[in-house]
Write a protein that binds this ligand. Sequence first.
Ligand SMILES: *Cc1c(COP(=O)(O)O)cnc(C)c1O
Length: 371
Amino acid sequence: MSKRIFLSSPHMSEEGYEQQYVQEAFDTNWIAPLGTNVNEFENELAAKVGVQSAAALSSGTAAIHLALKAAEVGEGDIVFCTSLTFSATANPIMYQNATPVFIDSDEKTWNMNPEALEEAFQKYPEVKAVIVVHLYGLSADMDRIMEVCNKHNVVVVEDAAESLGGYYKGQHTGTFGDYGVFSFNGNKIITTSGGGMLVSNNEEKIAKARFWATQSRDQARHYQHSELGYNYRMSNVTAGIGRGQLKVLDQRAAKKKYIHDFYKRELGHLEGITFMPANEWDRPNYWLSAIQLTGEVRPVDIFEALEKENIESRPVWKPMHMQPFFEGYDFVGKGTSEQLFENGVCLPSDTKMTDEELLRVSNVIKGLFLR
Ligand SMILES: *Cc1c(COP(=O)(O)O)cnc(C)c1O
């Protein structure tokens, strides 16, 4: 059996940057709790994406949770949320006992549809916050989304967990809204094994997020707490891995684009395959290369044919409004996200793949079309 090809797996730098930072933490016995690596990872990431401040946290999910808390989303509040996403986007709405309303996708971006968003504002003018996702590294149409959100004076949280290193009109995704969220989970473009970052130009709110993330310990010698707290901070070892990974982010994004272009060259001409949209204002990080199937070959044919060759592939996220857990919550839209789910395939986009392996994947898929 040939070596397994993964969708997207951890890829440490060839130079060993991560180990150097982790070694420093060991040498100073400063593996926990906080320390230089945490502070510097925050500074370096903020500088990289062009934002005032950042809080290093235990996960992207924790970052979304604290963004909602910072936005003062509480019991019974309505939060608009992209439907076509991973459940981690929507779960924190439930942690805050708030009520999600799911918004459909736009064919042109695969992300939140600004018209459906506007429609949702008509229906729920009292909405407290909007969570907009940048799926697979493609950016949502942020000008139009911010225009609608500003008109209605609502807090915007950008879930950029999948789009670190990607740009919208020359500006990093995750820096348009009031809060941005990144993830360093094992399958993301860079990884710390697990972790996340909350960013904002509001330094006070970020300081507050750090406070909540360390059990809301008041300034006092004894353990004093005036607020509910969480154990959401990133460790100094993990942050060391992150600092090393950040150095190769651009390299990883370049390889992801190479993978996307390779597939497009090999498969783009096949009848019934369309690639994820790249708009003229979009510079995606191409975290995953995803396609739509509109002909006789169905997604399941590709999943099965690739699996037989020991190659991992996945469906596009199943929309939140179709999930049993979120049954009963409202959805605004026309069903574009359902179609993207039903016809979608995420191709292996692992940055360690060789040309030979990319060809192996391409040939399996081509075989299905030339039958
Ligand atoms: C990975 C991911 C998250 C959550 O990140 P974790 O670090 O795994 O908690 C949130 N939203 C989206 C869209 C993701 O893909």
